[in-house]
Design a protein around this ligand. Structure first.
Ligand code: C2O
Ligand code: CU
Length: 460
């Protein structure tokens, strides 16, 4: 906004006589969850109308939030939806009361109400925000956006572009189908769509050979796992789930469970006239998600190797040998052979569970249990071997802190906040309990989460 000088003076005078609290509230930018209309299906796919969505500030994705590491991000969430909502700031290590989980860390924000989020940004990297209330519907309707937290000294890049991967289930008229909560979806791989796209923000400027680009790829789909690769550039994966890798990795085909992020830093190798492409791999075919032609030669030679990003101020574990282990066993779903499970304290058979909309269990319990899976002391290291005893993959997400995978050789993997666990696998995570409160651990296939796959951890 630009003020005319006279307005600015008037505002300054008014502020001087107002009580401090009154002033603070209006100073804080709002973010409004509301219905909107966006052009989802591009014109080259046919003559489709705009799609009615729910979006932050009415857009999909919502506004790209960009801030500096060490800052405090403040947003007043205003709810102009016909349903209660709340915003979860996925991957940010923030105080528990700011985590945005209705019924656990805050009350749902009802239509017409506001909630003030204050988020200290400890870590640089690529994060995202999304509704955490009735999320199978609200995220599917478009309530998400990306947060970029810049390093004090960001690495050199000519372009820095957010790439949002999403999967939509659209009608013939390009409208979001109203079939949220369909049991067949919930018992299988979730609510999979029929239209997948990659949205760039900002739109890339003209691409030149030997330009360095930083791509921040985020899978915001409610349930779909996406496998993507890049053509026409060569580089490294510099960060996963926001956190820098100690040793950058070759990208190849990158697999994204719902909520996973990857930062790629790469140099354009394609020559003028050749395309740079983002390809979605499904079964044995590739689909073009995005492409743009290289228009010029940016530099005679590439920039050279991609250096690791500066580490974030989170402690990496070095040894988890003596740590307490709390196993988590996932069961249920179609072809899972689930016989019974507890729900709201009651032992139910499969038919009763399905009637309650609950078909997945963690350690025999569906839905959010009253008792935490584990109560950890401050500083305690906890290991959770997660055994996937179901016929489907699950993208396990921990709130409040990042974890590391305990690898089969005893080594520790990179810091992550979401980990894809395939059917039949056991994958073990470990983390230092350093953020007090009750935190969710759930499957980020939002259909699975709604149908039972969630538990809580307590840090005292
Ligand atoms: Cu991104 Cu509990 O979620
Ligand atoms: Cu799942």
């Amino acid at each position: 906004m630009t003020f005319k000088r006279r307005q600015f003076l008037a505002a300054a005078t008014a502020a001087a006589v107002l009580p401090r609290t009154g002033r603070a509230a209006t100073d804080i930018p709002a973010i409004e969850a509301r219905p909107g209309r966006v052009r989802l299906v591009p014109p080259d796919l046919g003559d489709y109308p705009e799609t009615e969505v729910w979006g932050f500030d009415g857009g999909v994705p919502g506004p790209l939030i960009r801030a500096q590491q060490g800052d405090v991000l403040r947003r007043r969430l205003r709810n102009s939806l016909p349903q209660p909502t709340a915003v979860h700031w996925h991957g940010l290590r923030i105080p528990n009361t700011m985590d945005g989980v209705p019924g656990m860390t805050q009350d749902p924000v009802r239509p017409g109400e506001e909630f003030l989020y204050e988020l200290p940004l400890k870590d640089a990297g690529t994060y995202w925000y999304h509704s955490h209330n009735q999320s199978t519907e609200q995220v599917a309707r478009g309530l998400y956006g990306v947060i970029v937290v810049d390093e004090a000294e960001p690495p050199e890049a000519d372009q820095d572009i957010v790439v949002v991967l999403d999967d939509w289930r659209l009608s013939e008229q390009a409208q979001i189908t109203n079939d949220f909560g369909a049991m067949h979806d919930w018992t299988h791989a979730g609510r999979l769509g029929n239209f997948t796209h990659a949205k760039m923000s900002p739109q890339p400027a003209a691409l030149g050979q030997n330009q360095r680009v930083r791509l921040r790829i985020v899978n915001v789909a409610t349930d779909r796992i996406m496998a993507v690769s890049l053509r026409g550039l060569t580089g490294k994966i510099a960060a996963r789930d926001g956190m820098p890798l100690e040793t950058p990795e070759d990208p190849g085909v990158m697999i994204f469970g719902p909520a996973e992020r990857i930062d790629v830093i790469a140099d354009i190798t394609a020559a003028p006239g050749e395309p740079v492409q983002l390809i979605l791999h499904e079964r044995d075919t590739g689909y073009l998600l995005w492409e743009a032609g290289v228009t010029h030669i940016h530099a005679k030679s590439p920039r050279g190797p991609v250096a690791p990003l500066p580490a974030n101020p989170i402690t990496r574990l070095t040894d988890v040998a003596g740590a307490r282990s709390v196993p988590l066993n996932m069961e249920g779903g179609a072809m899972g052979g689930l016989r019974e499970g507890r729900y709201k304290g009651k032992l139910m058979n499969t038919r009763e569970l399905v009637e309650a909309g609950q078909i997945w269990t963690f350690n025999g319990e569906a839905g959010l249990p009253a008792q935490p899976l584990v109560t950890a002391g401050r500083g305690e290291v906890i290991r959770i071997p997660m055994r996937n005893n179901t016929a489907f993959a699950h993208a396990m997400h921990l709130h409040g802190t990042h974890f590391q995978e305990v690898l089969p050789d005893g080594g520790l993997g990179p810091l992550k906040d979401t980990l894809l666990v395939s059917p039949g696998e056991t994958r073990e995570i470990a983390f230092a309990a350093d953020n007090p409160g009750d935190w969710l651990l759930h499957c980020h296939m939002l259909s699975h989460q709604a149908a039972g796959m969630k538990t809580r951890l307590r840090v005292t």
